[in-house]
Design a protein around this ligand. Structure first.
Ligand code: IPE
Ligand code: IPE
Ligand code: MG
Length: 248
């Protein structure tokens, strides 16, 4: 077992805020507020461990189906978090990126998103990706749309369409694919997160609710990851032969 193996990219579905609040007889939105602290903890841990990319699912394309008051609270939370944190992220050399369909957010929020991205664009530290109004199926559809456009323009032929070409047109195409996927709160589903990019990620599910997911919980996930054998279709024996020849 090699406990020094760390993921380059960790992608997290931050779930369980509502149940955390319910346990405390608080309104659901208090769970979202508490969840913001776990975001800071996760960022801190990634910096400490030199992880290159942290992607956080903050709002799914399906979350518009929630009660309006909850949606409004979440939007307010995004606005105030961006206002408060953008400069702090910049100071920590973090590059912030937001993926998802922004057109449905109000203009003020869209502007803040672009401003925070511009401010941090040249930073060389942790890449922090926030998935907001994001859906994996939307991401694939956008990629297909771009490719279809190039086919219409005669720049590509249908024969050129390969998995690699689709991948290069997806969100985060320039970054390593997620090595480790984490979902909190005991749910074991992908919920339309990065359906393409997760094809070979190691999946880690924990019962911890997102507001309770602290640095120690993050360490547990990293430890579990280090104990996995990533075979990518090969046999275990093949991997061990490759290991022995590279180390010796
Ligand atoms: C995740 O927590 C946060 C968002 C989806 C925005 P939930 O709000 O889904 O919490 P539960 O699943 O109801 O406990
Ligand atoms: C997924 O959580 C989306 C985010 C964490 C932002 P949900 O709690 O909305 O997922 P489902 O609908 O229960 O699968
Ligand atoms: Mg949930």
């Amino acid at each position: 077992m090699n406990t020094s193996v760390l993921p380059r990219h960790v992608a997290i579905i931050m779930d369980g805020n509502g149940r955390w609040a319910k346990q405390r007889h608080l309104p659901r939105v208090m769970g979202h507020k508490a969840g913001a602290d776990s975001v800071r903890e996760a960022v801190k841990k990634c910096i400490e461990k030199n992880i290159e990319v942290l992607t956080l699912f903050a709002f799914s394309s399906e979350n518009w189906q929630r009660p309006l008051a909850e949606i409004n609270y979440l939007m307010q939370l995004f606005v105030s978090a961006l206002q408060r944190e953008a400069k702090k992220l910049h100071k920590q050399n973090i590059q912030l990126r937001i993926i998802g369909d922004r057109s449905r957010f109000d203009e003020k929020l869209q502007k803040q998103m672009s401003k925070a991205e511009e401010l941090t664009a040249k930073n060389t530290g942790l890449k922090l990706v926030i998935a907001a109004n994001y859906g994996g199926q939307w991401d694939v559809a956008e990629a297909v749309k771009k490719i279809a456009h190039d086919v219409e323009q005669g720049k590509l032929s249908s024969q050129d369409i390969t998995p690699d070409l689709i991948q290069t047109n997806l969100a985060l195409a320039d970054l390593p694919l997620p090595d480790l996927f984490i979902r909190t709160s005991g749910e074991q589903r992908i919920s339309n997160f990065m359906i393409w990019q997760l094809a070979y990620s190691e999946l880690y599910f924990t019962d911890a609710l997102w507001p309770d997911f602290d640095g120690q919980e993050f360490e547990k996930a990293l430890l579990a990851f280090s104990q996995r054998e990533r075979r990518f279709g090969r046999t275990s024996e093949q991997l061990n032969v490759a290991d022995a020849s590279s180390s010796g």
